[in-house]
Design a protein around this ligand. Sequence first.
Ligand code: HEM
Length: 442
Amino acid sequence: SPPGPRGVPLLGSALELPSKFPFRKFNEWSKLYDGWFVFSAIGQKFLVITNYDIAVDILEKMGTQTADRPTVPMAIYMARHIAFTLENYGDRWRRCRRLAHENFNIRALDQYHGIYELGTAKLLRQLSNIDPLKVPEELLQFSGTLTYEAMYGPESGGENVKQNIRKVWEMAETLGDAMSPAKFIINLIPALGMLPERISPWKQYGTRYFNEHDRFLMEMAQPGLTGQSDSGFVASCMRMRDRTEGISDAEIAWTSFALYGAGVETHINGAQDEVRTVAGDSPPTFEHRSKMPYVMAVMKEVLRWRPVLPAALPHTASQDFHYNGYRIEKGTYIFYNQWNMCRDPAVYPDYDVFRPERFLADPPAPDPPVFGFGRRICPGRNFARDLLFLAISNLLWAYHFEKATDADGKTITPSPEDIDGNILLHPKPFQFIMTPRREIPQ
Ligand code: HEM
């Protein structure tokens, strides 16, 4: 059998798997095996990849067999196969993915640049008078609003935006919980799915969730779907409808949610890192990007040092395949631990040290593998990089960041271990000092 921890009879390694931060356990195991290993937990098989080249072999070269997602009963009752992040590898996933790709590739992103630049200017003004501890919240609101406008058009704003953003967050969070084996027993015992809806609390909850949120998403997408609004993701999907066979209004509305839900929390993490040195008399815009290699290097180092999705999202094998002479069974969950790949000492020496210069060396370190591999590679990666560039460069342009000091005047250095989250990693709130470097334009 393939290399990997054996665990105990029946349960396998289930008892060793932590409910939080599985990437840490994978990291521990990675030291015992060479780049990949297999284990099982209560009958479910897992393949974990910790080496970049092996990820390319398995997830890219064998991409047709390894791009499926786990089928989790509760997630199906709640999202009815229409949130493409969770969707099986098939026709509907392909259609929605195409919408995402055509509207979020590098060229298509130009349409959103105006929105971001306005939003960033607003952010700088808002930050001028707040407690640094509130900055993460402000950044979340910033990324939430910009993503909202990118989806539904800049004029979609108005009274309800804040409330809608909150609702989308909650919706994404609840759906994330639905993936958890611990939260819903039916995910552990799928046979309970045989019960008819009348006596199944899970199916009833799923139906309520789906109906309520389907209505909500359709309402938000309405202006774009009916042609009232001609900018934003939904409106551009409508324009490509003729070229995308079988695409429905609901698929467009739910794809905007999938992008939104995946995007909101991931793209802004780490902009508070202590850095400076960007000058000029007007705030940086996309035109400055090629002239700011250091900012780009900082962005890459933030993504590498604390990858937002350390264990990425699970794939599953849609059929048996062979790797290195071993058979991997259909249905095996496939995790790839980006955490390890970003800390490969041969590629990123002194990997624990935050050192953007590694990306400016000759030859430069390769971009950190934090957006995934193969057919499911993150469709929002360019969008995320655009926003991160703009946020980091503008914050550094406008503010000076320093470590906070305690009552005795000693500097407080936040521990790099102060991280929180589950699948998504983010820093715990920490004190720092932020002073304006200049007059913020009103
Ligand atoms: C720093 C920011 C981000 C990082 C590090 C990141 C990373 C990732 C990773 C590792 C995956 C898993 C790929 C796989 O299944 O193999 C993923 C999937 C995904 N990401 Fe991102 N992402 C980021 C921002 C965004 C943004 C801004 C959006 C939307 C605007 C987005 C939308 C998605 C979607 C929809 C998927 C699911 C793709 C599918 O299942 O086909 N992400 N992302």
